[in-house]
Write a protein that binds this ligand. Structure first.
Ligand code: AMP
Length: 424
């Protein structure tokens, strides 16, 4: 029989690796708590129109990458490709903006995009992201950069770079778009096919094209800077001034644009020198128009999303986040029959105290059970012999120093106390 394998672009995360995820998830919770962000869990699928309206029709994600399907009631649903539109949808649906502003929310979980899989790029991947809704303070743009940096630092990551740009707002961007189109039109022959097709629909996206042959044309492209209205220019200057004051190093990248239509003003990306072509470990920006676009009242907002698999790859490359495999607290060796039943009873008692208690389920020899205890790195071995059981006792062996003692089976609290003391 042939085996059914996992779908292309997906991953299984199991023992030996999942511990790293748990460590990272714990750090995410800690950093979010310190910055005052609370978790919001949204469904894995949404009405397709949420992403069409939110991300924009003329984007790669909506045009080519969504997992969209009709359910049995003929509704068009889409596996979420990103987390911001769902957060805004929930923000509006539950009137979360009715209280104190800004509202600070974070999310964590799988996203789905039909992309060409390669190292660091998957069809199901995990994002940790956060959103601050209800303030246009440049300090919140800065916070959206500081929080992920805090997380990267907490993980011990080094060698990352912050790139930043301002892409203006609906009042100043159209004139820039126009100038870009006018610049690219006479040079269209030198552009790749994807740039050509985007030229009139989404000319800003040409700026981050990675195709070699486009680079010479892109290098000479006009910059947004000269088109920023006074409000956008002032906002950007304040963001940079705060970053300077905080001593955060960044690189101005006038070609940094994002794959979503909803961004306004500040956009930023963090890259890691540890990764290859897919080197972005997180990205975000301000999106002052999205809440209104999705049917709410005008509400400025800013957010960021971290690619969890990529962050783990970068950390792995630097030897950070080591797995600390803890063995069982006790391995219970028995001789079958009544000794097995007693061992099981004691195992449940210890597990009830929160201790990892393991025992043999294969009716193996004592030698094989001792070997299993060693292989798992058990701190103690509890031996349930027939003779000891007849006296209501068991043997406790400390595997670190080989010391043995007999304990009373009537006094399990004392057993738990002794096992619990070890390794403190
Ligand atoms: P985006 O939502 O496109 O702004 O992406 C934010 C971050 O998610 C990126 O910087 C990556 O770290 C990560 N990411 C995006 N797409 C993928 C993917 N297909 N596979 C793995 N990580 C991804």
């Amino acid at each position: 029989m042939t085996l059914t394998t996992r779908p292309r672009g997906t991953n299984d995360v199991g023992p030996g690796e999942i511990e790293l995820w748990h460590q990272l998830e714990e750090k995410i919770r800690q950093v979010c708590a310190a910055y005052g962000y609370q978790e919001l869990r949204t469904p894995l699928f949404e009405h397709t129109e949420l992403f069409q309206r939110g991300i924009g029709e003329a984007t790669d994600i909506v045009e080519k990458e969504m997992y969209t399907f009709l359910d049995r009631g003929e509704r068009s649903l889409t596996l979420r490709p990103e987390g911001t539109a769902p957060v805004v949808r929930a923000f509006l649906e539950h009137n979360l903006g009715g209280g104190a502003l800004p509202v600070k929310l974070y999310y964590y979980g799988p996203m789905f995009r039909y992309e060409r899989p390669q190292a660091g790029r998957y069809r199901q991947f995990t994002q940790f992201g956060f959103e601050a809704l209800g303030s246009q303070d440049p300090l919140l743009d800065v916070e959206a950069i500081m929080l992920p940096l805090e997380l990267y630092k907490a993980c011990g990551l080094s060698g990352f770079e912050v790139e930043i740009n301002s892409i203006g707002c609906p009042s100043c961007r159209p004139s820039y778009r126009q100038e870009l189109v006018e610049y690219f039109e006479p040079r269209v022959d030198q552009l790749c096919s994807s740039c050509r097709s985007r030229l009139h629909r989404n000319p800003l996206r040409l700026l981050d094209c990675k195709v070699e042959s486009c680079q010479a044309v892109l290098a000479g492209a006009p910059r947004m800077e000269a088109h920023l209205c006074s409000e956008c220019a002032d906002h950007f200057a304040q963001v940079l001034a705060y970053l300077d004051e905080l001593g955060v190093a960044y690189r101005l990248n006038h070609r940094l644009v994002r794959g979503f239509d909803y961004y306004t003003k500040t956009v930023f990306e963090v890259t890691s020198s540890e990764l290859g072509a897919q080197n972005a470990i997180g990205a975000g920006g301000r999106y002052d128009g999205l809440v209104e676009e999705l049917g709410g009242k005008a509400t400025p907002a800013v957010g960021f999303a971290v690619g969890v698999e990529r962050l783990l790859l970068a950390l792995e490359g630097q030897g950070k986040l080591q797995v600390q495999q803890e063995g069982p607290r006790a391995y219970l060796v028995h001789f079958g029959g009544a000794t097995k039943r007693k061992a099981a009873q004691v195992a449940y008692f210890l597990r009830g105290k929160g201790m990892w208690a393991e025992l043999d389920y294969l009716d193996r020899s004592i030698k094989a059970q001792m070997k299993a205890a060693n292989r798992l790195g058990s701190r103690y071995v509890l031996i349930f012999g027939e003779e000891e059981l007849s006296r209501n006792r068991l043997i406790v062996r400390n595997m670190q120093d080989g010391q043995e003692q007999e304990l009373d089976l009537e006094d399990l609290e004392r057993l738990a106390y002794i096992l619990g003391e070890c390794g403190k």
